[in-house]
Design a protein around this ligand. Structure first.
Ligand SMILES: Cc1cc2nc3c(=O)[nH]c(=O)nc-3n(C[C@H](O)[C@H](O)[C@H](O)COP(=O)(O)O)c2cc1C
Length: 185
C-alpha cells in the first residue's frame, strides 16, 4: 500500500512510476472479505479488488494475494462474505490492515512472526449461513460460494456465486478516494 503524493512533492519519474501514478487514480470501494478456517473460526481482511463479473448467474470476482490466510480458507471450504464499508468507517477499516499471520510482514523478529492476529476480536458482527462474518456496521453484505480459482500474475482471482445479500445502512460507501489508501499500481 502506498500513500498518494501531490504533484509538487514528485521528483523526476521513470515510465514505470508514471504508470503507477496513473493506476493510483483508479477508484475502489473498501471491502472487508470474511472467510472461515477448518474449525469454523471466522477471519477477515481488507480488499479493494472486488467487482461483479456476470448478471446471470450473479458472479463476483475478488483478487487475492497468493499467501493470504483468507484465500487459504476459501480454497478449503469455498465460503466467503463481502462487506462494503460506509464512509464513516475509516477506524473500522483500520482494524483489518494487519495480516492474520505476522510472519507475512518482512522484518518481524522470529518470536513476533508466530503471532496470529484476530482481526475480528473487537468487532461487532454476526455469522452468515455459511459461517463467515457479516459486520453490523457494513453498508451492504453478500454471502458467496467460491466457484473458480485462476492463478493470475502475483494474485489469485476467485470467481464466486452470490447466494444472498442485503443492505444494512443508508450512508455512502467508503472508497479509496476518501481513505487516500492506494492498493494499485
Ligand atoms: C486498502 C487496501 C486494499 C487491499 N486490497 C487487497 C486486495 O484487493 N486483495 C488482497 O489480496 N489484498 C489486499 N490488501 C492486502 C490485504 O488486506 C493484506 O495482505 C492482508 O494481510 C491479508 O490478510 P490475511 O493474510 O489475513 O488473509 C489490501 C490492503 C489495503 C490496506
Amino acid at each position: 500500500m502506498s500513500e498518494k503524493l501531490s504533484p509538487q512533492t514528485r521528483g523526476p519519474k521513470n515510465d514505470d512510476e508514471i504508470i503507477q501514478d496513473a493506476m493510483h487514480e483508479i477508484p475502489y470501494g473498501i471491502y472487508v472479505i470474511s472467510s472461515k478456517d477448518g474449525e469454523s473460526n471466522p477471519n477477515a481482511m481488507i480488499a479493494d479488488w472486488v467487482m461483479q463479473v456476470s448478471f446471470s448467474p450473479r458472479l463476483v470476482a475478488v483478487s487475492f494475494e497468493s499467501d493470504s490466510t483468507n484465500l487459504h480458507n476459501i480454497r478449503t471450504n469455498r465460503s466467503m462474505t463481502i462487506n462494503l464499508l460506509d464512509e464513516d468507517s475509516m477506524d473500522l477499516a483500520r482494524s483489518f490492515l494487519q495480516p492474520t499471520n505476522a510472519s507475512k510482514i518482512q522484518g518481524r523478529s522470529e518470536s513476533n512472526s508466530n503471532i496470529r492476529h484476530d482481526k475480528l476480536a473487537n468487532i461487532a458482527y454476526h455469522l452468515s449461513d455459511n459461517g463467515c462474518a457479516i459486520l453490523d456496521d457494513a453498508l451492504m453484505w453478500l454471502e458467496l460460494e467460491a466457484d473458480q480459482f485462476f492463478e493470475i500474475g502475483d494474485h489469485v482471482l476467485v470467481v464466486s456465486k452470490v447466494i444472498k445479500g442485503d443492505i444494512n445502512g443508508s450512508g455512502e460507501p467508503l472508497t479509496s478516494v476518501l481513505t487516500g489508501w492506494s492498493y494499485s499500481g
